[in-house]
Design a protein around this ligand. Structure first.
Ligand SMILES: Nc1ncnc2c1ncn2[C@@H]1O[C@H](COP(=O)(O)OP(=O)(O)OP(=O)(O)O)[C@@H](O)[C@H]1O
Ligand SMILES: [Mg+2]
Length: 313
């Protein structure tokens, strides 16, 4: 295993207003040529993790590293090395400018010459024709706009791409094309990627590794096929169970039906495991002691006092 290109180490983000930490002690390590999927229910802290890694929200604790060295949120090296794409590409462009102008903009900022040709070349690489490049963001389809956003993000050859739900707003057929494009960029440019998604099927097919978040913490992390087929944390199993179309390949994994609770419990405020109020396997220990993220097998980490046993085939 090579050293990670870019990491968030033990990050805490507090938005204030008396709310508990949005993310609490999250570590994310991105490796060259690898896509890390980040999954978990709405509000668990996926976008906050992404924003912290982009330097868009301050860390209350923890830090970022680039090639092993700490890097501040406003550091030029972070801007140069780490780029992002988001769910709604059209909204991320200036509505009055052509896609071509927007894609050329990072070149202009850097004082790079020959911008039009280079921007057209980059747009062509992601499948946007010259005719399409002259249009404004709201004059093209969502898929075309996302392609242009990818061109803008990659034109200066960053090392890292942070993708926050980049296909969630697109039609399924278009989603597949964009995912294919991201997979190609990973291979051809050796990009390290963080890929946030609600869609466990997409994550299982695109990503090399998967991290599962619950209530502001990473509860399980491992090779994508292991998380999809052999999850060890009850929350990871419950999350997959909630997707009817996704057949767990292995029916040795017991189903996890979360406990019905009458009050909405905010897991972030619990002293022990944040999933303990909903977990059907929770014991007294779970209610009082937060489980550490332990490496149960090589590069498979689980934060649970009673993880499912590994399966042998
Ligand atoms: N700007 C903000 N100010 C205050 N609280 C916020 C802000 N943004 C997010 N939060 C809170 O932080 C927590 C994590 O939110 P976040 O947007 O990171 O979740 P998410 O996993 O990306 O959810 P989703 O799947 O819905 O996009 C939530 O409790 C949310 O309400
Ligand atoms: Mg989000």
């Amino acid at each position: 295993m090579t050293d990670p290109v870019f990491t968030l180490e033990n990050g805490y983000v507090r938005y204030g207003g008396g709310h508990p930490d949005a993310v609490s002690g999250v570590t994310v390590r991105l490796h060259k040529g690898e896509i890390l999927g980040l999954v978990g229910e709405s509000g668990c802290g996926k976008s906050t993790t992404a924003r912290a890694m982009l330097g868009l929200v301050p860390l209350n604790e923890g830090h970022l590293t680039l090639h092993g060295a700490p890097v501040g949120p406003n550091d030029k090296r972070l801007r140069a090395s780490v780029q992002a794409i988001f769910q709604n590409p059209a909204a991320s462009f200036n509505p009055k400018r052509s896609l071509l102008d927007s894609v050329a903009e990072p070149l202009r900022v850097r004082g790079i010459k020959d911008r039009r040709r280079r921007a057209l070349e980059e747009l062509d690489r992601v499948g946007v024709t010259e005719a399409m490049a002259g249009r404004r963001p709201y004059e093209v389809s969502g898929g075309q706009a996302q392609r242009a956003a990818i061109a803008r993000a990659t034109i200066l050859r960053p090392e890292v791409l942070v993708c926050d739900e980049p296909v969630s707003a697109l039609d399924v057929s278009i989603q597949a094309q964009i995912l294919e494009l991201l997979a190609e960029l990973r291979t051809e440019q050796g990009l390290a990627m963080l890929f946030i998604s609600h869609d466990l099927g997409v994550v299982a097919s695109l990503c090399d590794r998967t991290a599962v978040m619950y209530a502001g913490k990473v509860v399980e992390q491992g090779a994508a096929p292991d998380i999809a087929n052999r999850p060890r944390h009850p929350y990871s199993v419950a999350l997959q169970d909630a997707v009817p179309s996704l057949d767990l390949a292995d029916d040795h994994v017991p189903r996890v039906r979360t406990r019905a609770v009458t009050d909405d419990v905010d897991g972030r405020t619990l002293p022990g495991c944040r999933f303990s109020a909903l977990c059907p396997f929770a014991t007294d220990e779970c209610a009082t002691t937060p489980p550490p993220l332990d490496e149960l097998s090589p590069r498979h980490e689980v934060a649970c006092h009673h993880p499912f046993a590994p399966l042998h085939h």
